[in-house]
Design a protein around this ligand. Structure first.
Ligand code: KIV
Length: 299
């Protein structure tokens, strides 16, 4: 665990300065408890990912979430005042329709959500939107490769850039995003050699997820790393480090057993009245029992 006292609150320029240096540690979080845990573990970046749609809200894909939902979760994370940089994930259709809408939506993540940066998916075609958000002084993280918001146009969740031409296009996208001024780029679901070339060629950090070991950092989903996903499908690139869902089931089963046996709550877990108040109450209660018995007899 990293001591909070040795850490400084992360900023987008501090993330950029880590290019080629100590690997960046990024994790998703969606609420106050997952943010606190991630920050205690020493996250450099907390991404309030639109994966909240699948992981927390039970949707089949990320397309279901809106700016309102994302800002709501982002605010829950930032209320914990983490040392990590909090990046809000712009949902599908929040940066596709117009530059004005894009900047207003990005601004909501900062003003209402308390985030310090936003992330959006896509390559060269997003450059006008990215430039406009940067002009509004909001740091932007890029995201290319397997971009889940493109699930329908990709024809499913498929590794991207497996053919040389597609990989070359992706590398050009990475250059364009870096030149436009993003402070980091997530590379998702791409062959390791593509991530290696991008990481070598661009001047901003790459953060991989299913992109091999040669990126400047790695990101995974909180519930996948901790096993809180309760049996959800895990992609090949995930490493699960704990089984919190199983631990939680065991804890709740033990609670239910204690409820049935009467072992819960114990004396220590129970509130008591002062003795004299209890005596008055019991006498009052007996008196009212007697009155009710008299009534019953008369009727
Ligand atoms: O929404 C998300 O969780 C993401 C990461 C997996 C990069 O975009």
């Amino acid at each position: 665990m990293t001591e909070a006292s040795q850490r400084r609150t992360m900023t987008a320029p501090m993330v950029m300065a880590r290019k080629g240096g100590r690997k960046l540690r990024m994790i998703t979080a969606y609420d106050a408890p997952t943010a606190r845990i991630s920050d205690r573990a020493g996250a450099d970046i907390i991404l309030v990912g639109d994966s909240v749609a699948n992981v927390v809200l039970g949707h089949d894909d990320t397309l279901a979430v809106t700016v309102d939902v994302m800002v709501h979760h982002t605010a829950a994370v930032t209320r914990t005042k983490p040392m990590a940089l909090v990046v809000g994930d712009m949902p599908w259709l929040s940066y596709h329709t117009s530059i004005t809408d894009t900047v207003e939506n990005a601004g909501r993540f900062i003003r209402e959500g308390g985030a310090s940066a936003v992330k959006l998916e896509g390559g060269r075609k997003r450059i006008p939107m990215i430039r406009a958000v940067l002009d509004a002084e909001i740091p932007v993280m890029g995201h290319i490769g397997l971009t889940p918001q493109s699930v329908h146009s990709m024809g499913g969740y498929k590794v991207q850039g497996k053919q040389a031409h597609a990989a070359y296009e992706m590398i050009s996208d990475a250059h364009a995003l870096a030149d436009a001024g993003v402070f980091a780029i997530v590379l998702e679901g791409v062959p390791d050699v593509v991530a290696e070339i991008v990481t070598r060629e661009i001047h901003v950090p790459t953060i991989g997820i299913g992109a091999g070991v040669n990126c400047d950092g790695q990101v995974l989903v909180f519930h996948d790393v901790t096993g809180l996903g309760a049996g959800e499908y895990l992609p090949k690139f995930v490493r699960q480090y704990a089984d919190l869902a199983d631990d939680a089931v065991m804890a709740i089963e033990a609670f239910f057993e204690d409820v049935e046996s009467g072992a819960f709550p114990s004396e220590d877990e129970t509130y008591h009245m002062p003795a004299e108040s209890e005596e008055i109450l019991r006498n009052l209660s007996h008196a009212s029992d007697d009155l009710m018995a008299d009534d019953a007899m008369e009727n």
